[in-house]
Structures are given as C-alpha cells and as structure tokens.
Design a protein around this ligand. Structure first.
Ligand SMILES: Cc1cc2nc3c(=O)[nH]c(=O)nc-3n(C[C@H](O)[C@H](O)[C@H](O)COP(=O)(O)OP(=O)(O)OC[C@H]3O[C@@H](n4cnc5c(N)ncnc54)[C@H](O)[C@@H]3O)c2cc1C
Length: 380
C-alpha cells in the first residue's frame, strides 16, 4: 500500500489546486481522479477569475474571491515556471454590459451594495455610460446603454490551468492517478486507507474534492457535502482578431482569439447535454451585445455541471469524527484556485481549516440534510 502525507480525492480544479498547494508545502501527495466517465466541471468552464458581482450579502465570500484573484498572478507565474505551460492568464478587469436603463440602474445598486459590504477592503468600480464603453469595446449593439466595470477580474485558459496544476504536482514528486475512482475509504487509528481503481493508498489526511462525486464519500467520514448539479452551456466561435479588451460577462475572447459565449443555469439533474433552446437564447443575447458575432462560425458547444451547495457558497470542513478528513467544494473553482493552493492547503497540512474559511462549514445548513438527497440522478 502506497503511503502519502495526504490523499486528495478528485483531480479537478479544486482537488488539483489543493494538491498543488500541499505538494509545494512539502507534503507527499496522491491524487486519485475518476476519469472521463465522471462529470468534470473543470473541463467545461468559462475560464473567468470573476470578482465582479461576487459575494452579495456574504462579505466573507467577497473577501475570499478578492483574495484569490489577488493571489492568481503569483499562481499563474509559479505554475508556468514549474511546468512551462502558459496559462493565458491576464488581469484586465471585467465589464458587465447592460441592455436597458433598468438593468444599468440595478447594476449600479448592486455595485454600491458590494462596496458597502467590502468595508475597509474597498471595492473599486465604475458605472460607465455607452460612450465610455464604446471607446473601449467597438461594435456594440444599439441596445447597450453602458456597463459596470471592476479592475480585479482575471481570465485564463482553464484547460491549461488544470494541466499545469497536474504537471506541477507531479514535478513536486506527487502522484496523479488517472482513471482511479475512489470507491472505499476506511478510517482507523488516525489513518485513512483508500481503495481506488484497483490501487490502495493510505495517509493521515484525506481531502474530498471530487465535485459531484464528493457527496457519496462524505457521510462515512463524518462530513456533509450536500451538492447538486446545475447545468451550464457554452458556445465557442472560430478564432478572430482581438476585438474585446476584457471579459464582458456573458462573452469573453480567449488568448487564441475564439469567443466563448455563455452561459445557462439549468436545474436538470445529471444531464450535461446541450439543447437548441439554451444555445439559441445565449446566442441571441450575445448578438444584442456584439452583433458582429453573428458573422463568426460556431466551432463547438458543450454542457457542463456546476457543483452547487444549497446556498451556492463553498463548503470547507474538517471532520470532527475523523480529524484529518477535509471537504472542499465550490461553484467557482477557477476563481478560488489560488486561495485553495496558497491558503487552504497549508492549513490542511497543519490539520485545520483557515479561520477566514471557517464560516463556510456545512454546519450552516443544519441537521436536515442527507447527502443522498442532493446529487439526485435525473440523468436520461
Ligand atoms: C459552463 C460552466 C462555466 C463555468 N465558468 C466558470 C468560470 O468562469 N470561473 C469559475 O471560477 N468557475 C466556473 N465554473 C465552475 C467550475 O468549473 C467549477 O467550480 C470547478 O470545476 C469545480 O471543480 P471541482 O474540482 O470541485 O469539480 P470538477 O471539476 O467536477 O472535478 C471533480 C473531479 O473529481 C473526480 N471524481 C469524482 N468522483 C470521484 C471519485 N469517487 N474518486 C476519484 N475522483 C473522483 C472527477 O473525475 C473530476 O475530475 C463553470 C462551470 C460550468 C459548468
């Protein structure tokens, strides 16, 4: 049986970031990752490191998101230095285009609320009129009345980020075991023994970061991870010259030049298929923002499943019954990757959840949650 300092279950962007953080802090890490048969949001997302609009009514989440975005330049640089992978990381800020005066007013109200919630951290934003936006974003649709702007937001290629995390874990001496679904975890005498894809491993720490696969493993370890799927669909166009300077909410342009158009939010259970209705509606909105997108060929579209807690905020816990067992899940795993690597992982090595994350315990949901109620199989 292989011995490690920590076993991470799930090699998505959450498990990958935590495992990288553990490995760079000196731990021997083993990551078990189920493989392509699993639902894997880390391979289906938009690539925004999104701050704007995050944390309404939940200042701890606003601070966590801001902190992670601030740590991202360091994460991107370190991953590139360790692996040679260019993550396509930039920090241009972000705009959310508004299609009516009412939307602009509501956006202004929301941004002011966020500024109030941010307290002494501060929250820089601008509410821009159409002329100001048009000066930066050519080709606006006639309905665009303006936009909200924040300087904190970043973007990256999520697939390169994931690949760089895996490469860095291996470069630091860790093990990334693909096609290895964890089916059984035994806790005894302060050690966790894991069975995964015909392999056995043990460690004094285990981190459940298996996205929608976490719920099933959490209960026996005295953890609760009541997550449910929310489908998001994405359209990608052919590559073209650089036309927008930053992500525009529902539209972003990748480093390679393709436009990524998003993104639906659908409660359809474990069904990650695309639908003409959602793709058509997303495309129609994108054309109202930037009509010239209609001249570009669509090269692909996909659906992916977000991992949502009941209140849509992250869950971080250490098991009271089995100390050394941790949970980590969130719906914005790209955005929070730097905080997971640099803040959460070193604390896990010290057998604790960092105080700034402690309010994200699943205890906030009370006793009335049973994991099996959450990831309901509505798959066709
Ligand atoms: C359309 C869409 C757009 C999005 N856009 C953004 C965005 O712009 N910015 C952002 O921050 N977030 C975005 N997200 C969310 C982001 O993708 C997720 O928050 C993130 O991928 C979650 O990471 P994860 O590692 O928890 O889960 P996943 O990425 O789903 O990874 C879970 C991993 O666990 C493995 N696994 C499952 N069960 C087991 C098991 N029993 N044993 C071993 N391994 C197991 C799976 O193989 C998988 O690799 C988006 C999501 C979608 C669907």
């Amino acid at each position: 049986m292989t011995a490690s300092d920590a076993i991470v279950v799930g090699g998505g962007i959450v498990g990958g970031a935590v495992a990288f953080g553990l490995a760079r802090a000196g731990a021997r890490v083993t990551v078990f990752d189920e493989g392509d048969v699993a639902f894997r949001a880390a391979r289906a997302n938009f690539g925004n490191i999104a701050v704007q609009g995050k944390g309404v009514g939940r200042p701890e989440y606003l601070r966590l998101t801001r902190r992670s975005a601030d740590l991202w330049p360091t994460l991107a640089q370190e991953l590139t230095e360790r692996t040679g992978v260019d993550l396509g990381f930039v920090r241009p800020g972000a705009m959310r285009l508004c299609l009516s005066g009412d939307e602009w007013n509501e956006r202004a109200r929301l941004m002011e609320e966020l500024r109030a919630d941010a307290g002494n951290l501060g929250y820089d934003y601008d509410m821009l009129d159409r002329d100001a936006v048009a000066g930066m974003v050519p080709g606006l649709g006639p309905e665009v009345v303006g936009a909200s702007f924040t300087p904190y937001d970043c973007e990256c290629s999520p697939l390169y980020a994931l690949s760089a995390l895996h490469g860095a874990i291996i470069g630091l001496g860790g093990r990334y075991v693909a096609d290895a679904k964890v089916t059984h975890v035994e806790a005894a005498g302060g050690t966790f023994a894991v069975t995964a894809g015909g392999q056995r491993a043990r460690a004094p720490r285990i981190v459940l970061a298996a996205g929608l696969g976490s719920s099933a493993l959490a209960g026996p370890l005295g953890l609760a991870m009541p997550v449910r799927p929310e489908r998001g669909q994405v359209i990608v166009t052919e590559r073209t010259r650089r036309a927008i300077p930053m992500p525009l909410g529902l539209v972003r342009q990748t480093a390679e030049g393709g436009f990524v158009i998003g993104r639906s939010a659908e409660d359809v259970g474990l069904d990650d298929r695309t639908t003409a209705a959602a793709l058509g509606s997303m495309a129609a909105t994108a054309l109202r923002l930037l009509p010239y997108l209609g001249g570009l060929q669509v090269v692909r579209a996909w659906g992916g499943l977000r991992i949502m807690a009941p209140d849509a905020f992250p869950i971080y816990d250490q098991s009271a019954d089995f100390p050394g067992a941790f949970s980590a899940t969130c719906h914005s795993g790209v955005t929070l990757a730097a905080a997971h690597a640099f803040d959460l992982a070193p604390a896990i090595l010290e057998n604790r959840v960092p105080p700034e994350l402690s309010s994200f315990t699943a205890k906030r949901f009370g006793a009335a949650i049973a994991d099996e109620d959450w990831v309901a199989s509505k798959a066709p």
